[in-house]
Design a protein around this ligand. Structure first.
Ligand SMILES: NC(=O)c1ccc[n+]([C@@H]2O[C@H](COP(=O)([O-])OP(=O)(O)OC[C@H]3O[C@@H](n4cnc5c(N)ncnc54)[C@H](OP(=O)(O)O)[C@@H]3O)[C@@H](O)[C@H]2O)c1
Length: 196
């Protein structure tokens, strides 16, 4: 059985997007390195450091499904029909967009909450891992105790305003064990295990 974990780029002051959903600064590390890295879908190429490329390759090979929120899905226009990781995506929403919900689509729309969405993604992923993205979904997953791992790509910028990742948490303190630190010139990859 795989793990359920986050994978988000975050500013040092905790934002995964700036005002008006601007992700340019938090994703700057995707375009500042020397190594060409082809995303699994083959539809997107990025330029990152060798250390980041090595990590992304391992993360991408071990990811079997993603869970995200409807805003992220809409903002990316369903990633043009196929997520760059080329894995099925479970979208949490209050209303199913019929134009996207066809047979054979890589998108599954779930209207009964994050627990159901994560269960669906685990089914799809089999032995592989489930990646959870977008702020509101991560927050609900933390509140519901659904995460095994928290991974953030920490970007050296202070955004001041925008969408905070660790917001709206109604929790008692959760102990984390730091399991991996990878330093790259323009990003620090941090992974923590949720201690239960
Ligand atoms: N830095 C990164 O790595 C990264 C990665 C991904 C996204 N982002 C950014 O994160 C931002 C989006 O995050 P967000 O938190 O604002 O939005 P989100 O999580 O993508 O989507 C929120 C929406 O999902 C639906 N939803 C959430 N929980 C639900 C529930 N329990 N039941 C039913 N529907 C539910 C609702 O939409 P409906 O009511 O319309 O159905 C809600 O408005 C964007 O700026 C995006 O660019 C950053």
């Amino acid at each position: 059985m795989g793990t359920v974990g986050t994978g988000l780029s975050m500013s040092l002051d905790g934002f995964i997007a700036g005002p008006e959903d601007d992700v340019q600064r938090v994703f700057a590390w995707y375009f500042g390195g020397d190594a060409d890295y082809q995303m699994p879908s083959g539809t997107m190429s990025i330029k990152i450091s060798p250390a980041s490329a090595d990590l992304l390759r391992r993360v991408h090979e071990s990811t079997g499904a993603l869970v995200t929120g409807r805003r992220t899905f809409d903002l990316t226009n369903g990633w043009g029909g196929r997520h760059p990781l080329d894995v099925p995506v479970v979208v949490v929403t209050h209303s199913i967009p019929r134009e996207w919900a066809s047979d054979g689509s890589p998108f599954t729309f779930v209207t009964d909450g994050v627990e159901s969405a994560v269960a669906k993604a685990k089914d799809i992923a089999g032995n592989k891992n489930v990646g959870v993205g977008a702020a509101s979904i991560v927050q609900q997953c933390i509140n519901a105790g659904l995460l095994d791992e928290i991974h953030v790509d920490l970007v050296p910028v202070l955004l001041g305003r925008g969408i905070r990742l660790f917001d709206h948490l109604g929790i008692e303190p959760i102990t984390l064990e730091r399991t991996r630190v990878i330093e790259a010139p323009d990003v620090t990859h941090l992974t923590f295990r949720v201690v239960r």
